[in-house]
Design a protein around this ligand. Structure first.
Ligand code: UDP
Length: 239
């Protein structure tokens, strides 16, 4: 049997990942494919926490650029992540994977509030925990949420699934033909070179807590499992 490299992972899915070719909104068939892969990893016995973004529905800074008050716009973004979490939960449960959604902003009729010790217990019992609502505070991102929850859950790794890019490059490979892919980086490299991986808050938090990050291409089937098994695909970022 395949031996997973990690016991406990935090998988960061951007909102965009759930939008499929439409690029916007929620595409259940796309989510179904992702959830089949998550199921494969779950069957390896890996404890899985998922942090989901909301950019497929709403991004706070876009609202702010159009004149909205930033915090107000950010709360809308956080609520968007909860919609995505429910869609993921629906699909995972359909695939036979037990789940719990925990929200950082209370929404008791639809999900549990975030309680760290309870989340740990769910993971130990083999439930996939989906963290929704970001950190619960405006001006943060779901990347920072992933870094925060990974520290709180004492996860072994943050697995950052990217759309159509197989790691971290020196420049956007879709625009710059000379862009080179990095196999390994430090968090300081990301910060100093302003690489488009995760924001500075998320990078510094992961650096301080010494949690490695693997950035990989979600659009290649089987990649979530490859990373969980320790295959060296994508880019690994360490302290
Ligand atoms: N957001 C926030 N605080 C958080 C997490 C998210 O205010 O702790 C808001 C923010 O407006 C952001 C939106 O939620 O633009 C969606 O999250 P994000 O952009 O991180 O999603 P992704 O890009 O991963 O889809």
């Amino acid at each position: 049997m395949d031996e997973p490299k990690y016991k406990r992972i935090v998988l960061k899915l951007s909102g965009e990942a759930l939008a499929g070719d439409a690029g916007f909104g929620i595409q259940p068939p796309t989510i179904h494919e992702i959830c089949q892969e998550i199921k494969d990893v779950h069957e390896l016995g890996v404890e899985i926490a998922i942090v989901v973004g909301g950019g497929n529905i709403w991004r706070g800074h876009v609202g702010a650029e159009m004149g909205m008050e930033r915090s107000q716009a950010d709360y809308m973004g956080m609520i968007a992540t909860i919609m995505n979490a429910l869609a993921l939960q629906d699909s995972l449960e359909n695939a036979g994977v037990p789940t719990r959604v925990q929200t950082s902003i209370e929404m008791r009729q639809v999900a549990e509030p975030y309680i760290r010790r309870k989340a740990m217990r769910h993971l130990e019992k083999g439930r996939v925990v989906i963290f929704a609502g970001g950190t619960g505070s405006p001006y943060f991102s779901t990347d920072t949420t992933a870094a925060l929850r990974a520290a709180e859950m004492q996860a072994d790794v943050i697995m950052m699934a990217k759309n159509n890019v197989d790691g971290v490059y020196s420049a956007d490979p879709n625009i710059d033909a000379n862009a080179v892919k990095y196999e390994e980086l430090t968090y300081l490299d990301i910060i100093n070179k302003s690489l488009q991986v995760m924001d500075t808050t998320a990078s510094s938090l992961s650096m301080d807590n010494d949690i490695p990050l693997v950035v990989f291409n979600l659009n290649k089937k089987g990649n979530i499992k490859r990373v969980a098994l320790g295959d060296t695909i994508g880019t690994t970022v360490r302290r």
